[in-house]
Design a protein. Structure first.
Length: 576
């Protein structure tokens, strides 16, 4: 195994080491390739992009007569949003606000689910791998009492359901209880369904004149629902999962769910206009579409997963607070914001409960970027929050009204990302060049290196000499434990890590071996996309005296590098 991963120079392993994962076959590591800009809104490219996005939304919303929408983007390094757009329709409920702004409250639907998982992570007692029955033992009774014959098809094996399986939609349990066709005022026997007895109906919904479903109804009826899969088989979206997590929080904290969330999340982040189990005190604080039945209605126990009300201001505060690690320790936040399972869409993975979009079509360098989103759809309210850790950005889109849909919100998010992100990328490069770019040298050791920018990811490394030796040209000499040709073309790129101490910050170089054409040939020989991109397995492989050849450590003053340490080569270069 050691020789396999070390062999960037072996002929048989050439295409296992590098890939067409970005522009010209470059293969950057996953994550940011340049530090996020500290003042993105000051850059002309960003200002122009903001105007483009604003024009797009004016065109999008021009025909909206009954639908309100709020769009905002904020960097965690700035005090105010760089972009904010609100549309107030001419037709709305007579109790609705007459002017939509950052304080206007919407129902945010399933964005509520983030708070259930975050509550688990903040309270400190519960572990993600704990069985849910440790905190909600009543679930065990569902299997024995709710179905005539309990087996793996008809009853959930609750002792196999863990907290993290519920958080990531991997528990295999059903999606809903109150969202049952029998709760709707329609005769479904007309489309072939049988007549139901009262015992086959929940008798509650919170809308259509039915009473709210309480916790008692959940434990009375949910055991009648069959599982969809065994736990940890496939993801199945579940509203009920969030409700169960809320029950667990109450058990672990000995507090009501809403009281705990208020204390642990809303309070610390200053979310003064976000509520869980009740609508705003005054309906005029919210946007309410004409003839809407959802604003002010309760989903009962499922409000934990879909009943929150909030506004643009609070949603931005929430997203910024997450990325600033104001609720969780940095390591916990980083772990939380990672994929937990794949889906049948190659562009979507799931976290807890993140819906993680993955795309390589947005930036010039064509690299893969992850977008941590959570959508929320209830009635005619359609919303999304999107966190982009690579750029320290938060995007919120809140809407209500029949002219918008979940698809409309997807297109709105696409408009924001595709117009704004390339400009943010340019801003990060301009900042990066100012802070780290240029030539570093040492006359005493006859060493130098140049870091420059192009359309590729990170810095391009050139003119790298140490003690008079051309390091890139002689890269093959470092392959002492490898066999094969040593005269293949080598390109070196430099990327930031998240490691810093005092005035020092660590970066890592990556050696892309082979031409773009050779790499394309290697990709074409495999049955999976970009299958030759193995950066994750190839970094930190060439080590000399316990120090990696690819490690670069900058010393900075007021954010700007003044020297560069190459530990494996035992040289320090001054910035010219």
């Amino acid at each position: 195994m050691f020789f396999h991963h070390l062999a960037p120079l072996g002929a048989s392993l050439l295409f296992g080491n590098v890939a067409l994962a970005a522009r010209d076959g470059l293969c950057p590591p996953l994550g940011p390739v340049m530090p996020a800009p500290r003042n993105p809104s000051k850059y002309d490219s960003v200002k122009s992009a903001i105007q483009v996005v604003t024009d797009r939304f004016q065109n999008l919303t021009a025909p909206f007569n009954t639908t309100g929408i709020s769009v905002a983007v904020q960097s965690i390094h700035e005090m105010r949003p760089m972009l904010e757009f609100h549309h107030t329709p001419s037709v709305r409920d007579n109790t609705s606000t007459t002017t939509i702004d950052s304080g206007t409250i919407y129902r945010i639907g399933s964005i509520s689910k983030i708070f259930a998982v975050l509550s688990i992570l903040t309270q400190g007692q519960m572990k993600l791998e704990d069985p849910i029955t440790k905190y909600v033992p009543e679930l065990l009774q569902l299997k024995r009492e709710a179905v005539p014959v309990a087996n793996d098809i008809t009853a959930v094996n609750w002792d196999q359901v863990t907290i993290d399986s519920l958080a990531t939609h991997m528990s295999g349990i059903g999606a809903d209880l109150i969202n049952d066709l029998s709760s709707f005022p329609a005769d479904f026997t007309q489309v072939g369904l049988p007549q139901l007895t009262n015992s086959s109906k929940t008798g509650c919904a919170g809308v259509f004149g039915l009473p709210v479903c309480a916790r008692a109804e959940f434990f009375r009826d949910f055991g009648k629902r069959h599982p969809v899969y065994a736990p940890w088989t496939n993801p199945v979206y579940s509203n009920v999962a969030s409700s169960i997590l809320g029950f667990a929080v109450e058990s672990a904290t000995n507090m009501s769910y809403d009281a705990y969330v208020q204390r642990a999340i809303f309070g610390p982040l200053g979310m003064t206009n976000t509520t869980i189990f009740e609508a705003p005190k005054q309906r005029s604080w919210g946007f309410i579409p004409k003839d809407d039945i959802w604003f002010g209605s309760s989903l009962g126990y499922e409000d934990i997963g879909g009943g929150l009300y909030s506004n643009t201001k609070d949603m931005l505060s929430f997203g910024v607070g997450i990325l600033q690690n104001r609720i969780l320790e940095p390591v916990t936040t980083r772990k939380w914001m990672k994929p937990e399972t794949s889906t049948s869409s190659p562009g979507l993975m799931l976290g807890g409960p993140w819906e993680i979009l993955r795309s390589d079509t947005v930036t010039k360098d064509g690299r893969l970027i992850e977008y941590y989103t959570k959508s929320g759809n209830v009635g005619s309210y359609n919303n999304v929050i999107c966190l982009i850790p690579d750029y320290d950005l938060v995007i919120t889109i809140l809407s209500g009204g029949g002219e918008a849909s979940a698809d409309t919100v997807d297109i709105a998010l696409t408009n924001v990302v595709t117009a704004l992100l390339p400009a943010i990328e340019d801003a990060s490069k301009t900042q990066g060049e100012s802070n780290f770019g240029g030539t570093y040298s040492s006359s005493t050791t006859n060493s130098s290196i140049t870091l420059s920018l192009d359309d590729g990811p990170g810095f391009s490394v050139s003119n790298w000499t140490v003690r008079g030796v051309d390091i890139i040209k002689n890269y093959g000499a470092f392959g002492a434990l490898s066999s094969g040709p040593t005269d293949l073309p080598v390109r070196v790129r430099l990327y930031p890590t998240n490691l810093a101490s005092g005035r020092e910050t660590a970066w890592r170089a990556y050696f892309d071996v082979g031409t773009a054409e050779q790499l394309a040939e290697g990709d074409a020989a495999r049955f999976w996309p970009k299958g030759t991109c193995h950066t994750w397995a190839s970094m930190d492989r060439l080590v000399y005296g316990f120090k990696s050849i690819d490690e670069f450590i900058f010393s900075t003053r007021k954010g700007k590098a003044d020297s560069l340490n190459l530990p494996a080569f035992d040289v320090r270069l001054q910035r010219e």
